[in-house]
Design a protein around this ligand. Structure first.
Ligand code: FE2
Ligand code: FE2
Length: 471
């Protein structure tokens, strides 16, 4: 575990404990409350108000336990669960101390008891919800006043829950970013959708649960249990979303694999290109939608090779000019194949332009420099590195990683965007590989104005392209 994460979790746990103790003391001085808890949370079990409020806290804790037993992992690694609803309801009914305890104890999971979660994960799961719950409870308490009425209480609930969600999202994203090395912004933006669906669906539900719970004579507690069903369906909706995305990625992966398998040398090419492209994208701090486009675009970039005859695709000798024209049609063919899939619209420019050269001598549209879509420039570097370091029918002996990196550096500003090459050097794919460094001239070399540009232009359609230019 990184030291920064250890420090972060320790700080968060200390802060949660401190907040729980401090609020317990402060709220215990309220004469109309019991043990620092609003009496509304109590279940009318006995004459003792203390027993009743403790039973109420236990009720909400158990409900939270059940709902947190079904967390769903979001694409970038954070978990969402519907346990937020009973925590917010306990916040409405019992105040910040109740919410703190319900969040701290109720978020225990079976995975933790079975020892499948490391100790710091366990501590984090509890403190990461308890601290935001206490702060959210305080925000709610400050805004609702003594007799807020339905609208006032609803508004205070939204504010308290909003504070709770925002703080929870913040600490969770920080922890995931520290653990995985992804940027905080990427994690936050990527899983924000899940969090916002959670917030807008669960907060009104939590408020409603609190209203039902107040039904007289203990009937409320029973009626509240009926909410298990909508909570379960909400959880199912999250699960479906994650499952659908996974299924889509697998289908695309299978299609890419089918294309790669036509040539025994390129099996897994698209998968590896995807991995490299995503890592470069992360280094360049692209947003979540762009990372997804790199993932799917990486898998599909050579799908147009479906239309290239075997005699050309598998040819070991140099391609003739005519064969090269056939081969070079694959980006356009690929974009045409994918065009009807509306969900893949962001991937089209990647597929079409992944063989454009930075100096304008690539294909199919001879775009130059920044005219080439950024994600296509990223994919071009990933594609070239993967192709150079793997055996190909036309080059049986792969280049070493050093040689491949030297080629990327040599053709930076000619074939590749130098900024992308710089980012590639910072990824794990170039770790421990000696780097010749950035050449002095890295602006796009205008076509025909310099020897390198002329050479590159000729190379694009010649029968002897440079090593760095994958077929
Ligand atoms: Fe290609
Ligand atoms: Fe490729």
């Amino acid at each position: 575990m990184p030291r920064s994460l250890k420090l972060f979790i320790t700080g968060l746990v200390a802060l949660s404990a401190l907040a729980l103790v401090a609020t317990s003391f402060v709220f215990a001085t309220r004469t109309d409350w019991t043990l620092g808890l609003r009496p509304e949370i109590g279940v009318p079990l006995s004459q003792s108000p203390e027993v009743n409020v403790l039973a109420g806290v236990a009720f909400w804790t158990v409900l939270t336990l059940f709902t947190s037993a079904l967390p769903v992992q979001m694409p970038r690694g954070t978990f969402v669960s519907t346990s937020i609803a009973p925590i917010v309801a306990s916040m409405v009914l019992g105040g910040p101390v109740a919410a703190g305890w319900v969040a701290a104890i109720g978020t225990s999971e079976l995975r933790e008891l079975r020892g499948r979660v490391p100790w710091y994960g366990t501590l984090f799961n509890h403190a990461g919800l308890a601290f935001p719950a206490i702060v959210g409870g305080l925000a709610m308490d400050l805004t609702r006043g003594n007799s807020p009425g339905l609208v006032g209480e609803f508004a205070a609930t939204m504010l308290g829950a909003g504070t709770f969600f925002a703080l929870n999202t913040y600490v969770t994203s920080t922890a995931v970013a520290l653990r995985s090395g992804q940027s905080f912004r990427v994690v936050l933006v990527s899983d924000f959708r899940g969090f916002s669906i959670n917030f807008s669906a669960l907060t009104p539900l939590a408020w409603l649960m609190a209203q039902i719970y107040r039904l007289p004579d203990g009937a409320g507690a029973w009626a509240t249990l009926l909410f298990g069903l909508p909570l379960y369906t909400t959880r199912l909706a999250h699960h479906r979303f994650v499952e659908m995305r996974e299924m889509f990625t697998q289908t695309i992966g299978a299609l890419a694999e089918a294309v790669d398998k036509r040539d025994p040398f390129t099996s897994k090419h698209s998968h590896r290109v995807k991995e490299i492209a995503i890592d470069i994208g992360r280094e360049m701090r692209v947003n979540e939608a762009e990372l997804e486009a790199l993932e799917w675009g990486g898998l599909l970039h050579d799908v147009g090779k479906i239309g290239v005859p075997d005699s050309v695709l598998l040819k070991q000798e140099r391609l003739t000019r005519e064969e090269r024209i056939l081969m070079n049609a694959h980006p356009v063919k690929g974009a045409e194949i994918i065009a009807p899939v509306t969900k893949l619209a962001p991937e089209l420019p990647i597929i079409r332009h992944h063989h454009e050269w930075y100096n304008g001598s690539g294909y199919p549209d001879r775009l130059m420099g920044e005219e080439i879509p950024k994600l296509a420039r990223i994919l071009h570097v990933a594609d070239a590195f993967e192709a150079m370091t793997a055996a190909r029918p036309y080059r049986m002996k792969p280049l070493s990683q050093e040689q491949a990196l030297a080629e990327l550096r040599k053709f930076a500003g000619i074939q590749f965007d130098p900024v992308v090459v710089d980012a590639f050097v910072r990824t794990k794919w170039a770790e421990g590989v000696s780097d010749p460094g950035r050449p002095i001239e890295t602006r796009p070399v205008p076509l025909l104005s310099q020897a390198a540009g002329r050479m590159a232009q000729a190379a694009a359609l010649s029968d002897a392209p440079p090593q760095s230019d994958p077929r």
